[in-house]
Design a protein around this ligand. Structure first.
Ligand code: PDD
Length: 290
């Protein structure tokens, strides 16, 4: 496995970061995950745009232009085996004496990228769907930033795994009315289906603006599927006909059990059956060479 670290390609065993890196000390950095199909990065422009949004959110200058990123990532893809991969990009505020405030003067950012085999859910999982639990979304108020400090997400996902489930569906409570609403999954976006309508929570500071989420909404629009982007209540999650999970590595997956109870009929439903093949067709057709 060949990785990229601060301007150089090297075997992963040779890639080291100093212990004073602010990513290690403070979790002070951002990341991206980009799927690669047939050696082409999927929706690269959109991922780089989201990376810029995350960097702006933590006030860190982008160490590379989009042209440079494209060059680095295509070389990484070429140097790693496999047609389908997923790229992980990680940028931290660099190496400096431990102090919470930004290093002054600024130090060079640490830039790391690696590629792993992309293994989307297999046929058995697509046919059965996965189980999920609900959990209180106890993260901060900047969940639109793809921050490397993922401790809340790690604990929430582990809560799901401890219950024998694949994902945690996160709920917050409106501070005024006290009523519950859904944000996203611990590492995915969540759609609700009710009466043949696809419901998606609106992009705001409480969820990561998923690239797969965007693709699914575009596909729904193009296929004339009824859809609404609006706040989704806890009751709507609990009474859903279907629940769908999306992410760059899982693509689209049905959630068929929630908190131990079947979702709808407890099997992937009609909306999943319609969207999944559309996504598969789209991802192969619209790939752009980096
Ligand atoms: N996570 N929400 C959260 C909190 C996520 O971590 C992710 C993806 C998503 C889906 O975004 P996208 O469709 O752009 O992958 C939503 C990646 C895959 C990860 O951390 O590994």
């Amino acid at each position: 496995m060949t990785v990229y670290l601060n301007g150089k390609f090297m075997p992963i065993a040779e890639a080291y970061v100093p212990v004073l890196d602010r990513g290690f000390i403070f979790g002070d950095g951002v990341y991206e995950v980009i799927p690669v199909y047939s050696k082409c990065a999927f929706r690269l422009d959109e991922h780089l745009q989201r990376l810029q949004h995350s960097l702006d959110g933590i006030r860190l200058a982008n160490p590379h232009s989009n042209a440079e990123w494209t060059q680095i990532l295509s070389e990484l893809i070429a140097r790693n085996a496999g047609e389908d991969q997923y790229l992980y990009l990680h940028i931290t505020r660099g190496v400096a004496r431990r102090d919470h405030a930004f290093p002054q003067p600024p130090v060079p950012a640490t830039v790391y990228a690696m590629s792993s085999p992309l293994l989307p859910p297999d046929n058995a999982l697509l046919a059965s769907g996965v189980a999920a639990v609900t959990a209180v979304d106890n993260r901060w108020l900047h969940c639109d930033i793809k921050a490397i400090s993922l401790l809340p997400n790690v604990l929430l996902r582990q809560q799901a795994v401890d219950a024998g489930c694949a994902e945690a569906i996160l709920l917050r409570h409106d501070p005024i009315t006290g009523s519950g609403f859904m944000t996203e999954g611990a590492a995915s976006n969540i759609f609700v289906v009710k009466n043949n309508t696809l419901l998606a929570p609106p992009k705001d500071n409480l969820m990561l603006p998923g690239i797969t989420y965007d693709v699914v909404l575009e596909l729904a629009r193009a296929a004339g599927i009824a859809h609404e982007v609006r706040k989704i209540t806890e009751a709507e999650v609990r009474n859903a006909d279907e629940l769908l999970l999306t992410s760059s590595t899982k693509e689209i997956l049905a959630i068929t059990t929630l908190d131990g109870k079947p979702v709808g009929r407890g099997k992937p439903g009609a909306m999943f059956a319609q969207l999944y093949p559309l996504y598969q067709k789209f991802k192969h057709e619209v790939m752009r060479k980096p």
